[in-house]
Design a protein around this ligand. Structure first.
Ligand code: ADP
Length: 454
């Protein structure tokens, strides 16, 4: 352009020796620049791409960690593959021949090119039909499920591929292989979790109605509707009742866990007295206690008021008490202490049972987690109780803390925000004289009636 302008308009100026010298100097400088422009050396190509490669590294990191599923991952990977080598078309083909991502290429051509990956683990430079030069790279993806491939094709206006492009794509392909395998594992785990939730839902619903019938007949038997039972019959009835309580608790746990998972758990927000809930929980678990267990409830004279769903708080305390009984198979004292301090209400359940090793504490609240302990190998359970209890506590803006030592017993504390006292004086509780007593010590498994304050 400059030469043209000068030749047209330069006229006599071009005759000057200085201008001639200037032209020669420009020609000497321009020639290597033109050469570098069309065929830049590797170090320069790398320098130009530095910013792009930094972005790519970040993108690969996100790709591997945050892609929700394999098709999304493959699509993102394909977009970056195109940018990485300035290609026109790209395809990512799964081990079974399924196309995971496709851009600027027909599915048929992608599959045909991918077939070249079957032979071995090395990338290949190929010429597609109708092309005189090598315009395609086939990168094998050695996936866990078999050999997949990433195929990259250059267009008529994009640069041809060389060893530099091949080596860059090779590293990229290794990342994609790992990410696709990881995503498959994540997908399988998600499917497994879904199946577990579906099973929980189904099993708990199916068990609920026969259990209802059993509960009904048991209370009729107890009330003597079918005639008075003999002493041996009464003993059998007690065993049946205890086993039914276990099943009722289990089904309630399964139902609530299933509801929690699919977001169907709606909590009520009633004003309630934790002392009453703890008292009811003690009654629920009483049939589970052995003759060697001594169950006691300590509660202050004043109401411990919280806002919450009475059924769910009952579930939490019942779970903690049930565990305290189950995991102290040799019997002993099981204490339930209701308290209020510093805007916090608490229910603490203490047992002197098998205890929990320090390294097991972090796993305690995981769903379906059951700890290994030879002393409790015969104790049944699902590993749902503590998971559910803590989730329920947290939905009430509360929590559950645990302190435990192997062989020395455990102490689980449910904390909930204390409700602010209402202005008008609360109606006195008349139904339960024990609740008004300064301290309560109630419910031993053998006791026919609750003992009076200590
Ligand atoms: P499970 O149905 O197995 O009792 P949980 O979720 O209630 O399920 O408890 C999880 C595990 O925590 C139990 O399997 C048991 O190993 C341990 N655990 C819970 N409570 C106690 C306790 N009071 N003492 C000792 N171990 C306990």
């Amino acid at each position: 352009m400059i030469i043209l302008l000068v030749s047209v308009f330069g006229g006599s100026a071009a005759a000057s020796p200085f201008v001639q010298w200037l032209f020669e100097a420009v020609a000497v400088i321009a020639l290597p620049l033109l050469y570098v422009g069309f065929a830049p050396p590797r170090w320069l190509r790398r320098l130009w791409r530095q910013a792009e490669e930094d972005q790519l590294r970040e993108a690969v990191h996100d790709l591997v960690l945050f892609s929700p599923d394999r098709p999304t991952l493959a699509k993102r990977a394909a977009d970056w593959g195109l940018r990485l080598v300035g290609a026109d078309g790209i395809g990512i083909v799964d081990a079974n021949g399924d196309i995971l991502a496709l851009h600027g290429l027909s599915a048929e051509s992608a599959r045909q090119l991918a077939a070249h990956a079957a032979g071995g683990g090395r990338p290949r430079l190929l010429a597609t039909s109708g092309s005189a030069r090598e315009n395609a790279i086939v990168l094998p993806l050695p996936l866990d499920a078999g050999m997949g491939a990433m195929v990259v094709v250059s267009g008529p206006y994009t640069p041809f591929f060389g060893t530099d492009e091949v080596s860059r794509l090779r590293g990229y392909a290794a990342n994609i292989t790992a990410a696709l395998d990881r995503a498959r594992v994540t997908e399988r785990l998600a499917a497994l979790e879904k199946t577990k939730s579906q099973f929980l839902n189904l099993a708990s619903h199916e068990l609920r109605s026969p259990l209802g019938v059993i509960n009904g007949y048991l209370s009729m038997l107890e009330q003597g509707v079918f005639g008075q039972l003999k002493e041996s019959g009464m003993r059998a009835l007690e065993v049946l009742k205890a086993k039914t309580v276990e099943m009722n608790l289990l089904v309630a746990q399964m139902l609530d866990a299933a509801r929690l998972e699919d977001g169907r758990l709606a909590l009520k927000r009633d004003r309630l007295d934790l002392r009453e809930v703890a008292r009811e929980a003690m009654q629920v678990v009483r049939p589970l206690a052995g003759a060697d267990h001594d169950l006691s409830l300590d509660a202050p004279a004043q109401a411990v008021t919280v806002f919450g769903d009475v059924g769910r708080i009952l579930t939490i305390i019942t779970n903690l008490l049930e565990n305290a009984i189950k995991y102290s198979p040799q019997g002993g004292r099981v204490q339930c202490i209701v308290a209020a301090a510093d805007h916090t209400a608490s229910v603490t359940v203490i047992d002197g049972g098998i205890g929990i090793a320090r390294e097991d504490l972090p796993r305690l609240f995981n769903r379906f987690e059951r700890l290994q302990n030879v002393k409790a190998s015969h104790v049944g359970g699902t590993g749902l109780g503590l998971y559910l209890s803590r989730e329920l506590a947290r939905q009430h803006s509360g929590d559950i803390q645990v302190e435990s030592r192997p062989g020395a017993g455990s102490r689980f504390t449910l904390t909930l925000p204390l409700a602010a006292p209402i202005e008008e004086p609360e109606a006195p509780m008349v139904a339960e004289p024990e609740m008004l007593a300064p301290r309560l010590h109630v419910l031993t498994p053998d006791a026919e009636s609750e003992s009076q304050p200590a």
